[in-house]
Design a protein around this ligand. Structure first.
Ligand SMILES: NC(=O)C1=CN([C@@H]2O[C@H](COP(=O)(O)OP(=O)(O)OC[C@H]3O[C@@H](n4cnc5c(N)ncnc54)[C@H](O)[C@@H]3O)[C@@H](O)[C@H]2O)C=CC1
Ligand SMILES: O=C(O)[C@H]1O[C@H](OP(=O)(O)OP(=O)(O)OC[C@H]2O[C@@H](n3ccc(=O)[nH]c3=O)[C@H](O)[C@@H]2O)[C@H](O)[C@@H](O)[C@@H]1O
Length: 429
């Protein structure tokens, strides 16, 4: 059993705190947000993360997990401090490290000399080494987090890898020991390399998605089908099958900020990372491309009611931060469309939110699938068509069963699919 302080009770901090408590450690989790802490003390978790509320309740009940306002307790009398505060995009595109710096200032005063400070927030290469220099003798270690929202607990307890960056081996081993219960493959490297593993991974995935989204546009122009193209690509295990589905753009609280931050790092050392710039540019164009699809079917959208299916940045979460669905909604609203958004996990947002797909469809001139919630693939298509002013669907996640939807009388457009294709059959091969 180790004593662990966790600073920040958001997606990463709360997951870290609850999972370490579950693994048998004694955890104090601190946040500056009083309301969040008060709710957590009552075991109320407002993040949509399977299993997280159960682990929080278990930790509180068994006395291994506590939540506090302010960082003092989580910094003193502990063996490890995990820094899990936000690192948003700053004004110039680089990561804004003000929350991390504020924690470091407090940590310098309050941490025991033999405690290890672990930076789990995503921070630019060099941050951990600079922090170590400022921390006057404390061990400072980089331990980036790779969890996905919607799978946070599973990804934390069964990670594909644990990466630790440390300049002192004993500090790395102490941190790795905390994860011994997970059985995950581990890697120890320098802090700078560990920090870059994090950005390099997120940016690579973003690049893969921008590549697929650009490819989808090309498919439309030359009469190929993106689903078949990516399926064919994925049979090569060097490419793999994941992250090959086109969409309205990649979003969420990390890819957009991390791509900008890595580009900013490259610029700061005069490296021309034009591949990364193109990755971002392609993505920023994507919501506009979706709106053009809608206009292709409807003409001007002014005054028309449009139902949005999905508001979160991806399925499995209620997180609206940097959601491409909202970027599309904003463009449509600017052009005078009347919007009604439905998301199974979102009850309010910056667009009018309704409580069912049927409500979103009623009187609408188009439905727009923006988040890949599986339930959107299993709707009562004839019923929806009968409720709409015009039975038109734009499926930006290529999720819907084309045959059933068109049989119900819908005009359906998806990304990377030619308007009509005659597919050869493999029956009899
Ligand atoms: N959300 C995700 O899926 C992942 C996020 N990350 C990284 O982890 C870091 C945290 O991200 P999230 O957990 O998503 O953020 P979040 O916004 O969900 O939570 C951050 C929490 O820190 C608190 N906070 C802010 N300043 C503080 C301070 N000075 N002292 C104590 N608490 C403070 C906030 O009130 C908030 O509750 C970021 O660097 C992010 O890039 C890494 C992997 C996955
Ligand atoms: O640093 C982070 O915060 C995390 O960022 C991502 O996790 P997350 O933001 O939860 O979302 P993803 O599941 O990676 O999806 C990102 C975006 O790509 C989109 N996407 C994903 C896959 C796909 O095939 N197509 C597609 O458009 C999603 O809809 C979403 O908008 C990474 O997957 C995590 O490993 C990382 O820890």
């Amino acid at each position: 059993m180790r004593r662990i302080g966790v600073i920040g009770a958001g997606y990463v901090g709360l997951t870290t705190a609850a999972c370490f408590a579950h693994l048998g450690h004694r955890v104090v989790c601190a946040d500056v947000d009083r309301r969040r802490v008060a709710r957590l003390c009552r075991a109320e978790v407002d993040l949509h993360e399977p299993g997280l509320a159960r682990l929080v309740a278990e930790g509180l009940r068994e006395g291994r997990l506590r939540f506090v306002v302010g960082n003092r307790e989580a910094l003193s009398d502990v063996d490890f401090v995990f820094v899990c505060v936000p690192t948003p995009t700053g004004e110039d595109g680089s990561a804004d490290l003000s929350a991390v710096r504020a924690v470091l200032r407090e940590a310098r005063e309050l941490m025991a000399p033999d405690a290890v400070l672990v930076i789990k927030s995503t921070v630019p290469a060099g941050t951990t080494d600079r922090a170590a220099a400022e921390m006057e003798g404390h061990q400072v270690v980089s331990n980036p987090e790779f969890l996905r929202e919607g799978h946070a607990v599973q990804d934390f307890l069964q990670p594909q890898r644990v990466v630790v960056g440390a300049s002192v081996e004993s500090a790395a081993l102490r941190v790795l020991d905390l994860y011994s219960g997970t059985g995950a493959p581990v890697m120890v490297t320098t802090p700078t390399s560990a920090e870059l593993v994090k950005y390099a991974s997120n940016c690579f995935l973003a690049m893969k998605l921008s590549y697929v989204n650009a490819l989808a546009e090309l498919c439309e122009q030359i009469g190929a089908d993106i689903g078949d193209v990516t399926e064919g690509m994925s049979l090569d295990d060097r490419i793999g099958a994941s992250f090959l589905t086109p969409g309205p753009g990649w979003g969420g609280s990390c890819f957009p900020k991390d791509t900008k931050a890595l580009l900013s790092t490259a610029e700061s050392v005069d490296v021309d990372f034009s591949l990364l710039r193109a990755t971002i540019d392609t993505n920023e164009h994507q919501p506009q491309r979706v709106v053009e699809k809608v206009r292709e079917l409807l003409g001007p959208v002014e005054g028309r009611r449009i139902g949005l299916l999905g508001l979160a940045f991806k399925a499995g979460t209620n997180d609206l931060r940097d959601s491409p669905a909202l970027a599309v909604a904003e463009l449509l609203a600017e052009q005078g469309a009347r919007l009604a958004g439905y998301d199974p996990c979102v009850d309010h947002g910056p667009v009018p939110v309704v409580s069912s797909v049927e409500e979103a469809a009623t009187g609408a001139s188009a439905l727009l699938v923006l988040t890949e919630w599986p339930e959107f693939a299993e709707l009562d298509w004839p019923d929806l068509a009968s409720r709409m002013a015009r039975p038109v669907i734009v499926d930006t996640r290529n999720l819907l069963p084309r045959d059933k939807v068109t049989e119900a009388g819908f005009t359906l457009l998806s990304l990377g699919t030619p308007a009509s294709t005659t597919r050869p059959t493999t029956a009899g091969l």
